[in-house]
Design a protein around this ligand. Structure first.
Ligand code: AMP
Length: 479
């Protein structure tokens, strides 16, 4: 009997159950043995809630160690783990739940939604008396293990379904590439509803016997206090610019930290340079998508090239749809099989010969290092989180008095890009930017709400009637 993902995630609990694997904000330490026992108890409890292999278990809870035990429990029962951004509004959440149709929803406080749900606290209480043994359900490589929603260019979030082998292969390769070992202590500051925090940071530590210091948020004071005990920090560019803005972030502070990684959004060359000047260390920038796990990384041993996202990881085939510059297309054991409930997207998101189209425009240098030069999909990345303009435009257009809108990302020293909206009033209406932002907060998660709203007479359009976003950006940057 085998369950590749559960076997991998529990490998260290079988090897040395007494090793610490998670330390949380209160100083509580969890061992690999705890991870095995608690995940077995939760697996037994999920079964009691009628969760069966192949069912989706949706999870919208604040970051805590039990996110990992619950995730492993899902792997053990063969359920598909569906993490949900904890800042989604009720409106957003309902749409995703209707799509995912979970057998069980795990939340911090019960919601007004028509799905079987349980609070995490109640689930843990029920689990406390459950057996600490569980025979993992047999799974094959292709069975789905997780589904993560990523916003589409159409504005409607799509569930990217990742298989057991996507996660097992991706984690095994990346942890080896980054030289992760049982001696590593990771400072975990990322959200755990995203590939970056859950798999790249979490799984890569757990499968190599390391320990995570789990911070609930990116809290500079806590980071400064914890960094001297940590060997690895994984972040998004915004994290590094915030650290560099703090005088306590010095070479001495990070003298024990052997690896700093960055991804999820482009890092400016100036940030790389400033980081190296301040610490003497070089950030390892890497690149991937929810749909593909990590595709490329600068090496840990070997030349790191700032401004590039490094070399394709073992097993990743990467090509450009163009001569020198073009859309990055990939084949890899980590590429997902498709979007949940959206078979029609197979034809648009994959090439005719089976390569996944990333939507990112890249170049490859003479040494094989990949450089991201832009995005063909009109994505905004703000603080490492993706925002698709279309979704925001649809929400704004639905507000009273707005005729039409256009949303772009403008450079922002803190967030990388700031969601910026331009709106046109319906004839006879007067629009108030502050009021629009207030109303947008009702329907959009905070990170998606435009940081600024500009009222204009009309949107710049090309001959085909398409809004000219480049011109719009120029207009706005002059304001
Ligand atoms: P997500 O699905 O949230 O992981 O977002 C994937 C997108 O993030 C990619 O398609 C890229 O546009 C962007 N991305 C990820 N890592 C990098 C990076 N190191 N440099 C530039 N863009 C990145």
């Amino acid at each position: 009997m085998s369950n590749p993902l559960a076997d991998l995630l529990l490998s260290w609990s079988r090897r040395d159950g007494s090793r610490p694997c998670i330390r949380n904000a209160n100083g509580e330490v969890w061992t690999y043995g705890d991870l095995a026992d608690r995940s077995a108890q939760i697996a037994n409890t999920l079964i009691a809630h009628n969760v069966q292999a192949g069912d989706r278990v949706a999870v919208q809870v604040e970051k805590c160690p039990d996110v990992f035990t619950l995730n492993i429990a899902c792997a053990r029962v063969g359920a598909v783990y569906v993490p949900l951004n904890s800042t989604y509004t009720h409106h957003e959440l309902l749409g995703l739940l209707e799509d995912a149709c979970p057998a069980l929803l795990v939340v911090d406080a019960l919601l007004d939604v028509p799905f079987q749900q349980v609070t995490l606290a109640a689930l843990l209480e029920q689990s406390a008396t459950a057996p600490t043994t569980y025979i993992d359900v047999e799974r094959s490589d292709d069975d789905p293990a997780a589904m993560l929603f990523t916003s589409g260019t159409t504005g409607k979030p799509k569930g990217a379904v990742l298989s057991q082998s996507n996660l097992v292969y991706g984690t095994s390769t990346l942890s080896a590439f980054w030289g992760m070992t049982e001696n590593d202590v990771l400072l975990h500051t990322l959200p755990v509803y995203h590939v970056h925090g859950l798999f790249v940071a979490g799984y890569n530590t757990l499968v190599t016997g390391g320990c995570m210091v789990l911070l609930s948020a990116f809290d500079i004071d806590r980071i400064v206090a914890e960094l001297p005990n940590c060997t690895v920090l994984m972040g998004v560019p915004t994290h590094y610019t915030r650290l560099l803005a703090d005088a306590r972030f010095t070479r001495e502070l990070v003298s024990h930290t052997r690896l700093f990684t960055s991804g999820s959004a482009p890092m400016l060359a100036t940030t790389h340079a400033e980081f190296t000047q301040r610490t003497g260390a070089q950030i390892v920038e890497r690149y991937g998508l929810t749909e593909t796990y990590i595709l490329t990384s600068n090496p840990v041993d070997g030349a790191r090239k700032p401004g590039t996202v490094g070399l394709p990881l073992p097993g990743v085939e990467l090509r450009l749809d163009g001569l020198e510059t073009g859309e990055i297309q990939v084949k890899s054991p980590t590429v997902f099989a498709g979007y949940w409930n959206r078979p029609e997207l197979r034809g648009t998101e994959f090439s005719a010969d089976g390569w996944f189209k990333t939507g990112d425009i890249g170049r490859i240098d003479a040494d094989g290092y990949v450089e991201i030069v832009g995005r063909s999909k009109d994505l905004i990345i703000t603080g490492g989180l993706n925002v698709y303009p279309k979704e925001i435009e649809q929400a704004l257009d639905a507000l009273p008095g707005i005729l039409e809108s256009a949303v772009v990302g403008l450079p922002d020293p803190d967030f990388g890009e700031a969601v910026t909206a331009v709106v046109v009033a319906e004839p006879g209406s007067t629009l108030d930017p502050a009021e629009i932002r207030y109303q947008a907060r009702e329907v959009l998660a905070p990170f998606k709400v435009p940081k600024s709203v500009h009222v204009v007479e009309s949107l710049p359009r090309n001959a085909l009637g398409k809004v000219e976003k480049a011109r719009l950006r120029e207009m706005l940057s002059g304001r």
